[in-house]
Write a protein that binds this ligand. Structure first.
Ligand SMILES: *[C@@H]1O[C@H](CO)[C@@H](O)[C@H](O)[C@H]1NC(C)=O
Ligand SMILES: *[C@@H]1O[C@H](CO)[C@@H](O)[C@H](O)[C@H]1NC(C)=O
Ligand SMILES: *[C@@H]1O[C@H](CO)[C@@H](O)[C@H](O)[C@H]1NC(C)=O
Length: 252
């Protein structure tokens, strides 16, 4: 009982941190500019607060907890430095922000959202959609390494976003429910480093976890960042392929 309570309190704290300042990559490094071609920055008043992933020319997937009214947010593709105008940026208004119908903001189950861009992105050398898996694809091999990217904080207790895009290699952690007292649903997966030190963090929320070239996860939540006992928790994108196709099909 006591443990449950503590976990809940910690969870709420961690959420508050990840949502308000949006977490950044811990233990990673700056990427080659524009090499993560599906990476999106979601911005409110021109300020980055969450990541996203381009999956179709006019659609970006992110986390439900990154929702804001569509009229108040913009999506930036082909972005590297958030502070410099580098001339390659593609900036879009958002015409629809559609949160999963079963999203639970207390447990973070179904933490997924689709954003329809006001116009399709220009696909080019810097901008390409990520690959979604089909039901028929073989299951995720938990020994593959994955990459998570974002502009989130690069130091654990920092509240400053990274100015440039970072990425870190993490491993899928299969027995994650042990660490999180049963709070990991079948729609979540965990990834991190066995010794800690590598993780997504505030400001990375909504961004991509790519394993073996496929979009497997969306940065969702965690207790603290880069702690060996509390790996990062991701929305398991495989479970939503049907929903994604249905939403896109009915909102084209
Ligand atoms: C986004 O919408 C605003 C307000 O409707 C408009 O002024 C602006 O030009 C639009 N931006 C783009 C990139 O379409
Ligand atoms: C998973 O990947 C490892 C190393 O890449 C490989 O040895 C193993 O056979 C794979 N397992 C499955 C079930 O594909
Ligand atoms: C989500 O994935 C797990 C396996 O990883 C599966 O057991 C479960 O049925 C899936 N849920 C849905 C709603 O597809």
């Amino acid at each position: 009982m006591g443990q449950c309570f503590k976990a809940t309190v910690l969870l709420v704290l961690a959420l508050a941190v990840r949502e308000s300042s949006g977490q950044r990559i811990i233990g990673g490094q700056e990427v080659v500019p524009y090499s993560i071609k599906y990476q999106a920055s979601i911005q409110y008043n021109r300020v980055h607060y969450c990541g996203g992933t381009l999956i179709r020319p006019q659609w970006v997937v992110s986390a439900a907890h990154c929702w804001r009214p569509s009229s108040l947010i913009q999506v930036v593709l082909s972005e590297h430095s958030l502070v410099l105008e580098e001339g390659f940026e593609q900036i879009f208004n958002v015409s629809k922000a559609l949160v999963h119908y079963n999203y639970n903001y207390q447990t973070f189950n179904n933490d997924i959202m689709l954003l329809k861009l006001a116009e399709p992105a220009q696909l080019n050398a810097n901008v390409q959609p990520a690959t979604l898996l089909e039901d028929t694809d073989p299951p995720l091999n938990s020994s593959v390494s994955c990459t998570v990217s974002g502009w989130g904080v690069t130091r654990i207790y920092s509240s400053y976003l990274s100015q440039v895009l970072y990425a870190v290699v993490v491993n899928v952690m299969p027995n994650c429910n042990f660490y999180y007292y049963g709070k990991i649903t079948e729609n979540m997966l965990c990834a991190g480093s066995r010794f800690g030190g590598k993780d997504s963090c505030q400001g990375d929320s909504g961004g991509p976890l790519i394993c073996d070239g496929n979009l497997e996860g969306i940065v969702s939540w965690g207790i603290g960042c880069a702690n060996p006992y509390f790996p990062g928790v991701y929305t398991k994108v495989r479970n939503y392929t049907k929903w994604i196709k249905w939403v896109i099909g009915t909102n084209e």
